[in-house]
Design a protein around this ligand. Structure first.
Ligand SMILES: [Zn+2]
Length: 292
């Protein structure tokens, strides 16, 4: 079955044809006209495909697929699923991008487990859950949204309106802001990561602090879910100085006997996890798509 897999992000749009495996990945900038950019990307790839599988930044109403991505201000309540179905004349399945990434890791990451929590740490902190071998949706498709577990009730304000969420501490821009307040001149997560790689003490501390917050949140989620594998992907996860404090805080907080074998590991599919998961919504619908 030939599927067009699509990953809609605030900065980049990515797409690839799936035909037993992922083909060449095409990318364009999201820009100020995301629908125009998306059509430019997909039109040359859509010939002969039988369905579209799409991951998109949240929040959204699922499964109807009306999206209001935090990082795409041009879309508020935009009916992306039906707009794509109208344009390409094939069925479209659409889910949260972090949920797709979790599905992709479960399907093709080689973890050999029925219970996996997939976490994505980049501009935001999201996640998705596979439980009993099936993708967990929640009432509105947002199950697994680990970024808003509160790890420090008196911590920094969060974009959700709350305080001390994992995302408020561990999202890339929060790391950069925290370091800037202490005199660091890094203007982006990439620059901060470069400083950390060179042993800059403040940059190392920023990633250690994020790792600690992620570990606390992951320990909490793992105990609720009784999960056996947690994968952590996204740009921030590729910074090695994040991991020692993340693992230490998981070890400190995930203490129940049923969590003794918990594996918390870097995601293996990297930037393609979302596309693989988007394809899985269609190709492996029995496991990863519960809606109509
Ligand atoms: Zn929050």
């Amino acid at each position: 079955m030939t599927v067009l897999a699509v990953d809609v992000g605030g900065t980049k749009l990515a797409a690839s044809r799936w035909d037993g495996g992922l083909g060449e990945v095409h990318r364009v900038a999201t820009g100020p006209d995301p629908w125009g950019a998306l059509c430019t990307l997909l039109d040359p790839l859509a010939d002969g495909v039988e369905a579209l599988g799409v991951g998109c930044g949240g929040p959204m109403t699922w499964p109807v697929g009306e999206v209001s991505p935090l990082n795409i201000p041009a879309w508020r309540g935009f009916a992306l699923r039906s707009a794509l179905a109208d344009r390409y004349g094939v069925p479209v399945r659409l889910h949260n991008d972090a949920v797709c990434a979790a599905a992709g890791e479960h399907w093709k990451g080689g973890w050999q487990t029925d219970d996996l929590l997939g976490v994505v740490v980049s501009t935001g902190v999201g996640g998705g859950i596979v439980s009993g071998g099936r993708l967990l949706d929640g009432a509105a498709g947002n199950a697994g949204h680990l970024g808003h577990i509160v790890v420090d009730p008196s911590g920094p304000e969060c974009g959700c309106g709350g305080r001390g969420c994992v995302e408020a501490i561990a999202r890339g821009p929060a790391l950069v802001a925290w370091a800037a307040e202490r005199g660091c001149e890094a203007a982006s997560g990439v620059e901060l990561a470069a400083l950390a790689a060179n042993g800059d003490a403040l940059a190392l501390k920023a990633f250690a602090r994020a790792g600690h917050a992620l570990g606390v949140g992951i320990a909490a989620a793992a105990s609720v879910l009784d999960t056996s594998v947690v994968t952590v992907g996204g740009g921030i996860s590729q910074v090695s100085s994040l991991w020692p404090s993340l693992w230490a805080s998981v070890a400190q907080h995930a203490r129940l006997s049923f969590l003794a074998g918990l594996r918390v590991m870097p995601a293996v599919l990297g930037q393609t996890a979302g596309l693989v998961g988007a394809a899985a919504l269609v190709v492996e619908g029995d496991r990863y798509w519960s809606a109509g």
